[in-house]
Design a protein around this ligand. Structure first.
Ligand code: ZN
Length: 346
């Protein structure tokens, strides 16, 4: 059956644009395909293909579907498919993403790697600059490389059902990201950079271990937000005796320097240039949510509960969003508003 279809296609020679061989129990890519150098669309879904060196000749391909086969890697030969726009590799046994595969895929718009066995991605994935849709649900990814955040055109990123524990802070560079799906991972917290994603409309973090959100989170212009199945902090105040702490000399000096720099003290601005170590310390400075002044190490982690935006479509039962707020001292803590609570360190 497959042979007959191919014979027909071969008669077309270079004029054949589409070959569909879905569900034909093919174990090896037919080598005759190499003669169809003008081929645009090749569908080989639901077969038993393990390797596919023959695709390197099909340089005009725009769509390749190898979904539901037996591939064990994202093969290097893909680098020759410089016209490729859509690549479906879902439901294979892919454990390895050969970095060189990314070399020629500058026009790739859609990459579907759902239901594979990937534990990591190569940093070269950042070269797929035309990518709009990247979907990798149901893999075993423990992390994503920060280079993925170089994909400045990316509109949708699907990472449901993986083993991620965090998202890189560089996510803030994905300015066109509209849909971010992170359900059923082991994510402990979202980076502050997520609040810079002004295009983001759909965020799903259901089934993670998030307790609290970064400070500007409620400013996101979301339309849909799903967060059920997370151990979010609840507004259940417990009274405790708070003891003031003695700051270290370094902390006192750091605060002095940072506040002087904020006031553009020319002497200190000049001097600090000669002390990279000090620059490094004050670069880690945080801003107090009460007084607005900077501090480095002595801080209280607090939580403020804010109602979600009325425009968000949200998970049921989510009445208040816990936002992280850092405070410089117990003095400021005592000047907090009624919705701000300290978080007990266990
Ligand atoms: Zn303060």
């Amino acid at each position: 059956m497959a042979e007959r279809l191919l014979v027909g296609a071969l008669k077309g020679g270079k004029n054949t644009k589409i070959v569909t061989l879905n569900g034909k129990k093919i174990t090896k890519m037919p080598s005759a395909l190499e003669k169809l150098s003008g081929l645009k669309i090749l569908a080989l879904q639901n077969n038993l293909i393990q390797v596919c060196p023959e695709i390197s000749a099909l340089t005009q391909l725009t769509t390749l579907n190898l979904g539901n086969n037996l591939l064990e890697e994202v093969p290097e030969e893909l680098k020759y498919l410089t016209s490729l726009k859509k690549l479906h590799l879902f439901r294979n046994r892919i454990r390895r993403f050969v970095p060189e595969a990314c070399d020629g895929l500058q026009n790739l718009v859609l990459l579907n790697l759902n239901n594979n066995l990937l534990t990591s991605l190569p940093q070269e994935i950042g070269r797929l600059r035309s990518l709009l849709y990247l979907t990798m649900n149901y893999n075993q990814l423990a992390s994503i490389p920060k280079e993925l955040c170089l994909l400045e055109n990316l509109s949708e990123l699907h990472l449901n059902y993986n083993q991620l524990i965090c998202i890189p802070g560089e996510i803030k560079f994905l300015k066109k990201l509209q849909k971010l799906l992170l359900a059923r991972n082991n994510i402990e917290g979202l980076p502050e950079g997520i609040c810079d994603l002004t295009s983001l409309r759909i965020l799903d973090i259901a089934g993670n271990i998030v307790q609290i959100f970064p400070p500007q989170f409620q400013n996101l212009k979301l339309k849909e937000f799903y967060c059920e199945g997370n151990p979010l902090l609840l507004r259940q105040p417990v009274h405790a005796v708070i003891q003031d702490e003695v700051w270290s000399l370094q902390e006192i000096a750091s605060r002095f320097v940072m506040n002087q720099l904020a006031e553009n003290n020319p002497l200190l601005m000049q001097a600090v240039e000669h002390y990279p170590q000090i620059k490094d310390i004050i670069s880690r400075g945080k801003e107090c949510a009460i007084c607005g002044k900077s501090f480095v190490t002595t801080w209280l982690e607090c939580v403020e509960f804010v109602p979600p935006s009325k425009n968000w479509k949200i998970s049921r039962n989510l009445q208040l969003i816990p936002l992280q707020k850092l405070i410089c001292s117990y003095k400021c803590f005592n000047h907090r508003g009624p919705d701000l609570f300290g978080i007990a360190q266990v």
